[in-house]
Design a binder for this molecule. Structure first.
Ligand code: 13P
Ligand code: SF4
Length: 298
């Protein structure tokens, strides 16, 4: 019943539904676009829809609003927060910036608008390596994901310090789990998201964003994969590769805040135009500079 109503409202209101790969399967299936943080940001920037219903966590909908300030951006569940985005304090970063004027602040998209406003450039998991390589002689502070920052330092050899934030589902992955899963599935390739700790990433056959993992598995000649990221991605992997087999690396790979949005929430969000994302105009003006720099280099 919700599916038909959602389709009707979408047409009536010229709305588009964007969903991240970690959303519940039925929400992914109703979306116009399913993607990673970078792809969804680009669509939000380019769409001619009047309303964007963003099925993801708060920072994603907020990023869409910064990029498209004249559109109405809705998050179907009010308190769907990314826990990593809450691990950085505005005043602490401001103080760091004042004390270290020569350090470039490279900020993961998984942050709130006020943190983006303090940043020199934004990155996502799919463009971080290429963007950071544009600044080989810069001292960099990477915020707030210590794991992705450490990985970037490892693969680029650049002068990168890291903020102590992390993603609570990826940070728990261990090398032992990979070893155990490889014994159970000796023909499988291991594909892991870069929010995992370095010692885990070094054991993987491939490291990449959700979209990079999807593309890699689809192109690979292998038939079996062990997936080191949220279980929501398995839905898209299976849909695109019905003849391949996917095993989740660990049971803990389930971002609960990403799973709070239901079809009923999407329907109510469209019907009542809730919950609308607002961004302070001064913060928006500063944050969009850092986001535009990312878009230019992506
Ligand atoms: P992606 O940009 O790779 O989809 O990652 C977003 C995220 O929150 C991963 O935990
Ligand atoms: Fe944030 Fe981790 Fe959830 Fe991604 S998986 S939205 S980083 S808490």
């Amino acid at each position: 019943m919700y599916i038909k109503e959602i389709e009707k409202l979408k047409k009536q209101k010229n709305a588009v539904i964007l969903a991240h790969f970690y959303q519940n399967n039925e929400v992914q299936d109703i979306a116009d676009y399913v993607g990673d943080s970078l792809a969804l940001s680009k669509i939000a920037q380019e769409t001619d829809a009047d309303i964007i219903v963003f099925c993801g966590v708060y920072f994603m909908a907020e990023t869409a609003k910064i990029l498209s300030p004249n559109k109405k951006v809705l998050l179907p569940k009010q308190n769907s927060l990314c826990r990593m985005a809450q691990m950085i304090d505005y005043n602490e970063l401001k103080e760091f910036k004042e004390d270290n004027p020569d350090t470039m602040i490279v900020t993961y998209v998984n942050t709130r608008a006020n943190i983006k406003a303090l940043s020199d450039i934004i990155v996502t998991s799919s463009n971080a390596k290429n963007i950071v390589k544009n600044f080989p002689n810069k001292k960099i502070m990477y915020v707030p994901d210590k794991n992705l920052g450490t990985y970037l330092r490892h693969i680029t050899g650049q002068d990168i310090s890291v903020w102590p934030g992390y993603c609570y589902i990826h940070d728990l992955l261990t090398k032992k789990e990979i070893e155990r899963m490889r014994l159970e599935h000796p023909d499988a390739e291991v594909l892991v998201h870069p929010e995992a700790p370095l010692k885990v990433l070094l054991e993987a056959d491939f490291v990449g964003s959700t979209k990079n993992i999807l593309d890699y598995a689809s192109k690979s000649e292998k038939k079996e994969f062990i997936i080191g990221t949220d279980k929501g991605l398995i839905h898209a992997l299976k849909k695109q590769n019905p003849n391949k087999t996917f095993h989740l690396l660990s049971k803990g790979l389930n971002c609960l805040n990403m799973k709070r949005i239901t079809l009923e929430d999407v329907y109510k969000s469209l019907k009542d135009e809730k919950f609308e994302i607002e961004v302070d105009s001064e913060i928006q003006k500063k944050a969009i500079i850092a986001l535009d720099r990312m878009m230019e280099l992506s």
